[in-house]
Design a protein around this ligand. Sequence first.
Ligand code: CTP
Ligand code: CA
Length: 218
Amino acid sequence: VQTFFTPKLLAGKKIMITAGSTMEMLDPVRGITNLSSGKMGFALAQMAMRMGAETTLVYGHTHAPRPLVSHAHFAATADDMYHTVMQHIAAQDVFFGVAAVADYKPNMRSSQKIKKSEDILTIDLIKNKDILADVASLPNPPYCVGFAAETEQVIEYAKQKRLAKRLPMIVANQVMTAMGNDNNQVTIIDSKGEHTLDTDLKTNIAFKLLTHLKTQLD
Ligand code: CTP
Ligand code: CA
């Protein structure tokens, strides 16, 4: 879809993207995380740059090569990511939540390595704050786009999330297909309905999503 010259459709826009996964530490060497390559969020950030947007990337753990963006901030945990996002959100026109944010964190973090003893170790988990939902409910929110990671009832669950988090747009994505892959297959859901894109490279999906986004901003 992209040609040699990418039109600067997003010139003058400020876009923030979260990507990768957060890790909720139990002790200095162990944590709870989600599997996420970070590739979709990074592809979006790279394409947003190519399309002329001032791009801020808030990224968690990933092994993917990080694109060159206007501003990049590492956030290790869901709490770190929440604070980093909130610190820079006021200036943004658009917010893309692509990160696999851990839904829960251990209720305590040991400062020393936990030693093994009992056969069964019980860990209590506390729910993390929802970054995307809280950004979307700011008094003057940026245009918010969520990524719904689902293993079943993909479209239905994504639609429910769009309404629950009050998002103008959500991208539904079957995680088993997307995970770690260079390709992805997504459905865009907004107030006008749903639109399924052909399976394509994450880079091309990023271009299509940002081109669609542009039509919503005007
Ligand atoms: N998200 C977020 N902060 C969280 C959890 C999720 O910003 N604490 C964002 C993700 O980045 C994604 C969207 O919310 O854009 C949907 O994430 P997903 O895990 O699919 O949905 P949840 O609302 O967490 O619901 P569940 O995991 O129960 O399906
Ligand atoms: Ca979740």
